[in-house]
Ligand binder design. Structure first.
Ligand code: NAD
Length: 501
């Protein structure tokens, strides 16, 4: 990664990149059957990066058939777990060799700073792939406590054809959280990346094939949601549909399953993470730095972005001043510049959506204390919004209730810790929550009270691949990461053998 020392070095690497544009089905790159493509636009400057195959229902059919055939043949599904592990570890090693290239593709495609794609994303993807590769031959089945007259065996089996439909904010990581455990269990996988960011998924499919993952076992279909995504959701021969994205589309997948084959549907949807700072927080400086940096990480396009900053009254003024101080130092700029800390919004539609929320916040009476407008000057051609902070927000305002998915922070006052918890839970979402306090007993009781899948105390987004991740309420169902993710990619079989004869 140290080859990315300055923008000139990065641009040199970018100029040499090959941008993949075809679908990857049954072990090879192919055009969409219709021959249609779509223009893949750069968030940095609004220019066309390349043209990418626009897959439709007919391409989905071909991919599902290939995936089913591969599954039924047993070439992957029946491979001894330790052999699957070897192939996945080879896949991880190839991924590691290409991390700089993949980081650059990710940054070009979705606008995140190269310091983040190279410094965070690729490492997290590698860790995920290695971890699930190692899982292959470490998952044991169960024998039930059935007494001497019978043997009750509970075995976990691959489920079949898994379709994964993923978002653009962490294109590689969100995909790998699904692809790695699905492959580790022996399934065949069809991945449909978001239309805004298909490049890394296509490159990864090529590396998987090079590592020895057989044709048909891992397919990547670029295309739009209402065509390719919908066709996967409605397909009669997809066994499981795993999704990360908006709640609106998540609900559609539940309907598609009901209209088709009752496929299993697992959803990782949005969030409106409360970040609670209590008067007894020991290190206000650390809490403020974390509040600002976490909020503006990845342009705020993060499902767990701590967008509701809930501060207890006693420390409120001092704390908000400190957050403001840190937010002012965050360098917005060209995502290819290694010095940039806040890059471009993924596309114009997302930028306009975020600017719409900013307008709404002001109309409803919140007060902008930082940012609030599209960046101009050298950044005017791209889709850039600087760090934006609203003060005097109440939890009933639109900006506190709906997921903005952009660099917009709302400061909300709390009278005391009970009020803070009440505000935190007053949301349709329940993905994560963060709490800053030095009172351990209170921390424990608040952890229990918070209706969220992850709770972080005196830190933000703590944990790693060993910890399950997913939501309560309308943030979704099921969990990515950890051994618990395997539940999505397997069926349990109960076999009872009578031993009396
Ligand atoms: P999105 O829901 O618009 O799109 C996600 C995927 O669904 C894309 O691949 C898209 O093509 C597809 N899709 C869109 N319309 C569809 C349709 N009608 N039928 C079938 N498929 C369709 O979400 P997005 O804008 O790409 O991503 C942002 C959202 O993702 C945010 O709400 C964010 O919170 C959520 N997200 C959640 C997590 C998590 O782990 N909980 C992680 C990252 C992002």
């Amino acid at each position: 990664m140290n080859t990315l020392v300055d923008i000139a070095a990065v641009q040199q690497r970018v100029a040499a990149l090959n941008l993949p544009g075809k679908a990857f089905i049954n072990g090879r790159f192919v055009d969409a059957l219709s021959g249609e493509t779509f223009a893949n636009i750069s968030p940095r400057n609004g220019q066309v990066l390349n043209h990418v195959a626009s897959c439709q229902a007919e391409d989905v059919d071909v991919a599902v058939k290939a995936a089913r055939q591969a599954f039924d043949s047993g070439v992957w599904s029946q491979l001894a777990p330790k052999e699957r592990k070897k192939v996945l570890l080879r896949f991880a090693a190839l991924f590691e060799q290409h991390m700089t290239e993949l980081a650059l593709l990710e940054t070009l495609d979705m606008g995140k700073p190269v310091s983040e794609s190279a410094g965070f994303d690729v490492h997290a993807v590698l860790e995920c792939l290695q971890w699930y590769a190692e899982c292959c031959d470490k998952v044991y089945d169960e024998i039930a406590p059935s007494g001497p007259g019978a043997l009750g065996m509970i075995t976990r089996e691959a489920i079949g054809v898994v379709a994964a439909v993923t978002p653009w904010n962490f294109p590689m990581l969100m995909a790998m959280w699904k692809v790695a455990p699905a492959l580790a269990m022996g399934n065949s996988v069809i991945l449909k990346p978001a239309e805004q960011s298909p490049l890394t998924a296509l490159r990864i499919a090529e590396l998987a094939a090079q590592a020895g993952i057989p044709p048909g076992v891992f397919n990547v279909l670029p295309g739009f949601g209402p065509t390719a995504g919908r066709a996967l959701g409605l397909h009669m021969d997809v066994d499981t549909l795993v999704f990360t994205g908006s709640g609106e589309v998540g609900k559609l997948f539940l309907q598609y399953a009901g209209q088709s084959n009752m496929k299993r549907v697992w959803l990782e949807c949005g969030g409106k993470t409360p970040n609670i700072i209590l008067n007894d927080c020991r290190n206000l400086e650390k809490a403020a730095t974390t509040a600002a940096r976490s909020m503006f990480f990845n342009q705020g396009e993060v499902c767990v972005a701590p967008s509701r900053l809930i501060v207890e009254e006693g420390i409120r003024n001092e704390f908000v001043a400190e957050v403001l101080k840190v937010a002012r130092t965050i360098a917005i700029g060209d995502p290819l510049d290694p010095a940039t800390q806040l890059g471009a919004m993924v596309d114009k539609a997302q930028m306009d959506r975020v600017l719409g929320y900013i307008r709404k916040g002001s109309e409803e009476g919140a007060r902008i204390i930082l940012g609030g407008e599209r960046a101009s000057g050298a950044l005017a051609d791209g889709f850039f919004i600087p760090p934006t902070i609203f003060d005097d927000v109440t939890n009933d305002m639109t900006i506190a209730r709906e997921e903005i998915f952009g660099p917009v922070l709302s400061v909300i006052n709390a009278r005391d810790h009970l009020d803070a918890v009440r505000i935190a839970n007053d949301s349709p979402y329940g993905l994560a929550a963060s709490l800053w306090t030095s009172d351990l007993s209170r921390a424990h009781s608040i952890i229990r009270s918070l209706r969220a899948g992850s709770v972080w105390v005196n830190c933000f987004d703590g944990g790693d691949i060993t910890m399950p991740f997913g939501g309560y309420k309308q943030s979704g169902n099921g969990r990515d990461r950890s051994m618990h993710a395997l539940d999505k990619y397997s069926e349990l079989k109960s076999a009872w053998i009578d031993l009396q004869d």
